[in-house]
Design a protein. Structure first.
Lengths: 353, 353
DNA sequence: TTTCCTTCTTGCTATATAGCAATTTCTGTT
DNA sequence: AACAGAAATTGCTATATAGCAAGAAGGAAA
């Protein structure tokens, strides 16, 4: 009481606490009423509330009242969009794939007069813990932070990219991982390959589970018996691709084609396979996923599934901005097909087999 | 007058205009004085000034007065740092080199409780045109926007990265391009190479001019006569590297070693040189610059100059934050040595020559 | 039930005033 | 010229008040 922190700061904190512990849910009492309740003058309360609005925690509507920002009332705009990249994603923003995403996002968002802010710590998004800096956020993450997403979603519009949440009310844009992989396998099959390996990523997300599922189901559909030894568990990194390459190269009966859950692993495996004296594509054909920049530059140029980055980003931004503007979003979950880019790393299977 | 825009907005605009046309230079009259001058009440003027401070245009000091933010008085903190990437830089933020820079910046800045904001349009930095969003900015750009840098520098601390400005009062962090290239040439010389080509980038910046100068001066020092036909002008892109490779491969007397102003061009040239049936490194050794991620993964692994990205970024951030805090910076221009990373793309020159 | 008018509520702008704490400026003395 | 103390200045917090415009709420008349 008798410390010298200003009264309006105390009021701010009381309101914040009220929101946290649930005693304030939606609408606040009017400024004049609040003033009496809190034994402060109208203007003092007003100052506290105004600052809280600037922080994005409250939102005021003339003639209606003051409300807790719960995403239905659009909060004050900062003209910044956040991009949250899970810190566990390999190489982070400088990974070949996510740097493309970020660049595309930045370009799209600039057109609409916004800027991009990069985050890797969820706490930095939370306006109750920090000053509000963004109007919405596009999130690429692993599913283990589900609950944190929910928390943030109370205050900020969210669009998930490349991932879906268990809570299906959060909009998302993803690639059709299942069918893209299936089609790649069918393509290899059409080239005569019958013994097809798979290098998976971490299986803790739908993304990679779907890619693996696309592979196994395509095999089943094509009448090829499943062989668990043909599935190598990687972690999306180049290095794990190298290990996968060594594994397949040293098998008694190597596969004649390998499908990889991303390009980095594909390129890593190409290196070690070749080091073992096995020729690509003559003896083993390779298919990747993502179509990163270097995919077209390695030798042989890598056949891969091109993520429709432009489309994904456009859709994600479109949904996010609509959400920021308080509009309804028609379709919450958008699944876009990847495009199989045929290059030189796949050729018909050796007839001698 | 009789339109209904609030009075305090008018006052804000009058002050902004005053700053623009130079009638307000440093210190503003006190709030109470200003109120009388402008025929408004103290609190009204105060509101205008407060908002201008939030926009980063003014800065107030209790007991001292209100001043135009001219960078000596530290402006209000937003806890955001800008990263300006010239839009003419190839591939922008998803280029292998700048994505590493950005990632390192983000990491460093996060430790200090800041976030990164990406910009490619200078106007977005200017608080007179937009709401102020950042406390300072790290700039990678070509020198043609010198004058714009000056303009921004009135309101924001700036640190130049990989570039220096004509105005040497703006701090910068750069690589020692000259000596790094010289040393690479000396290394090639020590391997017995005497006919050494050079693939330059665009010569409109000190960066590449210095790299070229390092090359030519090293040759002179080593007693090798200059041969202009051994210098190919590229533009930093992979594609221009491909062209350079074709050029050198089709020379009557190809060089036995090529120094490249960056890795992308080095890798591009390796591709087309090999396509012409010339072996790397057996017939031509290659040295790159930047040490991007793929440099270690191409075949043969590329010998290259590693930019000390961590150090550069640390220094740049350190200087910027000092500047934001209003501290003096001891050394304004920091030049860091690159490290020659020796890999398999360089071998002793063929003795048959 | 619908329509229309009045009253109330809400946040927004604007003014006036008062005391505080830190600092600068002025002033009188040595 | 130097110093010490008084006075003035500066921005910050806080209070009280008043009118405005726009919308919400309520009630009376059709």
């Amino acid at each position: 009481m008798n410390d010298k922190t200003p009264k309006y700061i105390h009021i701010k904190n009381r309101i914040k606490d009220g929101i946290r512990n649930g005693s304030i849910v939606d609408k606040l009492p009017g400024e004049r009423v609040l003033a009496k309740e809190l034994n402060a003058s109208y203007m003092t309360v007003r100052k506290a509330i105004t600052e809280l609005e600037e922080e994005g925690i409250l939102h005021k509507f003339t003639t209606k009242g003051t409300f807790v920002s719960n995403r239905k009332m659009s909060p004050k705009i900062t003209r910044n969009i956040g991009f949250f990249l899970d810190e566990d994603i390999k190489e982070g923003i400088s990974s070949p794939y996510y740097s493309l995403i970020f660049k595309a996002l930045d370009k799209t968002v600039k057109k609409m007069g916004y800027n991009m802010l990069l985050f890797s710590d969820f706490n930095d998004l939370n306006p109750l813990k920090n000053q509000k800096k963004i109007d919405g956020v596009i999130i690429c993450c692993f599913p283990r932070i589900e609950d944190k997403i929910q928390e943030i979603n109370k205050y900020l519009p969210i669009v998930l990219l490349d991932n879906t949440a268990a809570d299906k009310s959060i909009p998302s844009v993803t690639i059709d991982n299942y069918n893209s992989c299936s089609k790649s396998i069918e393509y290899l099959w059409s080239l005569g390959h019958r013994r097809i390996g798979f290098i998976s990523g971490l299986l803790d997300s739908d993304v990679c589970r779907d890619r693996l599922l696309g592979y196994t189901s395509a095999l089943t559909r094509l009448g090829i018996k499943e062989d668990k030894s043909l599935i190598f568990k990687g972690n999306y990194s180049y290095e794990s691709g190298e290990k996968a390459g060594e594994y397949f190269a040293s098998m008694q009966e190597s596969p004649t084609a390998i499908m990889c859950a991303n390009d980095s692993m594909a390129i890593g495996s190409m290196k070690t396979i070749r080091e073992r004296g096995i020729s690509i594509p003559d003896e083993i054909s390779i298919v990747g996923f993502d179509n990163i920049e270097v995919a077209s530059r390695v030798f042989p140029a890598l056949t891969t599934n091109a993520a429709p980055i432009e489309d994904m980003v456009n859709k994600a931004v479109e949904m996010l901005l609509s959400s920021i503007d308080g509009k309804d979003i028609d379709y919450k979950h958008i699944i876009l097909p990847a495009r199989l880019v045929k290059r030189n790393s796949c050729i018909p299977a050796n007839t001698q087999l």
